[in-house]
Ligand binder design. Structure first.
Ligand SMILES: Nc1ncnc2c1ncn2[C@@H]1O[C@H](COP(=O)(O)OP(=O)(O)O)[C@@H](O)[C@H]1O
Ligand SMILES: [Mg+2]
Length: 252
């Protein structure tokens, strides 16, 4: 089961992804987290450190190739594949793969192809894969979220947030990428704006599966730099994501 979290930057993708990791890792099933956002902060949110991203591995290999350090007869793609697998951080609860910075100015091709291939190759090793996608819509046109089963689109209460959300739905249709299920999560909602926002959200054409308020505990965690994965079970964001998991029958 591949679950991707998308939406405009700063809307709460990493918050939702981290809580998914927190809850899904408790099921005892095998879980892989892929951080596909170059402006990533998932390691901080999960409270772990990562040595190398796929981007770093790629740069190292490039240097080795340029220096002639690759032995004759060895395929550099095999090395890359191996090194990427090696860069996966294993914890008792989940594994984490960081995609890191894309190549050069705007050329994402190699990374995209790799990401697609990695997802294809290793998805069978895991029960769940949670992808914290890059902000915006690029992951769709690059087709790195092609094989996703459930797309959770996060929006804040801004027009731009909702616009990006509706574009995820529209663009996936235009590009003929079919998610088995796609839902909208409204996040950072201010008290009193629930109804108005839910009305506006209808225009996205996406079904709202959860509404999270602007949350004091999250802000406190942010201020202290505490990992969001440690948010208490009785905090609203955790309770709402738990409900979403139940609705989607994910933990069965
Ligand atoms: N419901 C919320 N209440 C308070 N702060 C939030 C909430 N959701 C997200 N944040 C904070 O807003 C910032 C952006 O959220 P983040 O999950 O990093 O967004 P994204 O990954 O989409 O860029 C973070 O500091 C995060 O902790
Ligand atoms: Mg993020």
């Amino acid at each position: 089961m591949i679950i991707a979290v998308s939406g405009k930057g700063g809307t709460g993708k990493t918050l939702v992804s981290s809580i998914l990791v927190k809850l899904l890792s408790k099921t005892g099933k095998d879980l892989l987290v892929i951080d596909a956002d170059p402006d990533s902060n998932i390691p901080e949110s999960l409270g772990i450190e990562v040595d190398k991203s796929v981007g770093d591995v790629r740069e190292d290999l490039k240097k080795d190739v340029n220096k002639g350090n690759i032995p004759q007869g060895v395929n550099k793609w095999d090395i890359l594949d191996y090194k990427i697998m090696e860069s996966i951080v294993e914890t008792p609860e989940y594994d984490l793969l960081m995609m890191g910075r894309p190549e050069g100015s705007g050329c994402y091709c190699a990374v995209n192809n790799m990401l697609r291939k990695i997802i294809e190759n290793i998805s069978s090793n895991y029960d769940y894969i949670v992808i914290d996608t890059e902000a915006g819509l690029e992951h769709l046109s690059r087709r790195t979220t092609q094989s996703v089963d459930i797309m959770l689109v996060v929006s804040d209460s801004s027009k731009r947030g909702l616009h990006t959300a509706s574009r995820v739905g529209e663009l996936s249709k235009e590009l003929e990428i079919s998610f088995e299920q796609i839902y909208l999560i409204l996040n950072r909602v201010k008290e009193g704006y629930e109804e108005e926002l839910s009305d506006k959200a209808k225009e996205t054409g996406l079904e709202v599966i959860g509404l999270i308020h602007d949350d004091k505990t999250v802000s406190e965690f942010d201020l202290e730099g505490k990992p969001l994965i440690e948010l208490p079970d009785d905090s609203e964001p955790v309770k709402i994501v738990k409900k979403i998991i139940d609705k989607l029958k994910l933990a069965n």
